[in-house]
Design a protein around this ligand. Structure first.
Ligand code: C2E
Ligand code: CA
Ligand code: CA
Ligand code: CA
Length: 279
């Protein structure tokens, strides 16, 4: 048993040394990803439950690594946050999303809204509202068409400038959405203090519609509470018809999920919009 323990230790060390090297390599690659044109913004439509119209889309970043292929944000965003690279990447995503949204509004004559995720690191930056205002004016996009998604796991207390920045962004005319609603421990505090127009019910609750009556009760209560406070509700991770049926029955405003569409590269999103309009 002693020998085994030692082996395990050696294996563990080898793995962690290798992953440390991989990490360093990945970090230096990530540093160059934007300049090398390896970042992509994918778009996932948001659908009005009543009309079934596409009313907006969420911008989701991807990294097309030359050797490793498409890397998902769940993997590289944490690294980007630790290294501060998220500030540059986040700005690039925002500028790209504003430009794409403006082009689609012009082409399709719709008031499409675009949602962009903000990291805690970005929300701490004093220069954030100025950067956002500049991205809006250089793209031509109306501020009311930009929605900034702030995840509930960000603590109001520990992030300096958070409230000031959110108030300033609200002042500019942007919309604020509370992302991953219900998963943090500050849902109600957030709802009370943030100038948020919309909340996004986390997919961990939506997934359990038809499975767990407790989660169904949470979804229903969240929608009712949000509506009492004059906030709109988006449910994310809507994968199957019964999810949609439940959400429609309980007056959820908008849905987003694989049932309608996976996140698409900009070109494919554009083609989908063109095809829908031809109907
Ligand atoms: P999120 O903001 O909660 O985004 C929703 C995630 O759920 C996306 O994963 C999306 O592809 C996925 N999704 C959409 N519909 C469904 C569905 O029906 N079923 C399931 N199982 N999943 C669905 P993605 O694109 O991998 O992004 C993961 C997370 O990475 C995002 O979670 C967000 O927190 C972060 N992220 C993505 N893009 C950015 C960005 O530009 N900046 C920052 N700071 N974070 C980003
Ligand atoms: Ca989001
Ligand atoms: Ca979310
Ligand atoms: Ca999430």
């Amino acid at each position: 048993a002693k020998g085994m323990g030692r082996n395990n230790y050696q294996v563990y060390q080898a793995v962690s040394e290798e992953s440390n090297q991989q990490r360093i390599a990945l970090e230096s690659n990530l540093r160059k990803a934007e300049d090398n044109g390896e970042l992509r913004v994918y778009y996932q439509p948001q659908i009005d439950v009543e009309s079934e119209d596409i009313v907006g889309m969420e911008a989701l970043v991807r990294w097309e690594h030359p050797e490793l292929g498409m890397i998902s944000p769940g993997f590289f965003i944490p690294l980007a946050e630790e290294t501060g690279l998220i500030v540059g990447i986040g700005e690039w995503v925002l500028r790209t999303a504003c430009a794409d949204a403006y082009a689609w509004q012009q082409r399709y004559g719709l008031r499409l809204r675009v949602g962009v995720n903000l990291s805690a690191v970005q929300l701490r930056q004093k220069s954030l509202p100025k950067m956002v205002a500049d991205a809006l004016s250089s793209s031509g996009l109306d501020p009311s068409s930009l929605e900034l998604e702030v995840t509930e796991s960000i603590s109001v207390k520990s992030v300096t400038n958070l409230m000031e920045n959110l108030d300033a962004l609200h002042e500019i005319g942007c919309q604020i959405a509370i992302d991953d609603f219900g998963t943090g421990h500050a849902s109600l505090d957030y709802l009370r203090r943030l100038p948020a127009r919309r909340i996004k019910i986390d997919q961990s609750f939506v997934r359990n519609i038809g499975v767990d009556p407790d989660d169904e009760a949470i979804v229903k209560a969240t929608i009712d509470m949000a509506h009492s406070l004059k906030r709109d509700v988006v449910a994310e991770g809507v994968e199957i018809e019964p999810h949609l049926r439940f959400l429609r029955e309980h007056h959820c405003d908008e849905v987003q999920g694989y049932l309608f569409c996976r996140p698409l590269p900009a070109q494919a999103f554009d083609r989908m919009m063109a095809e829908r309009q031809r109907l």
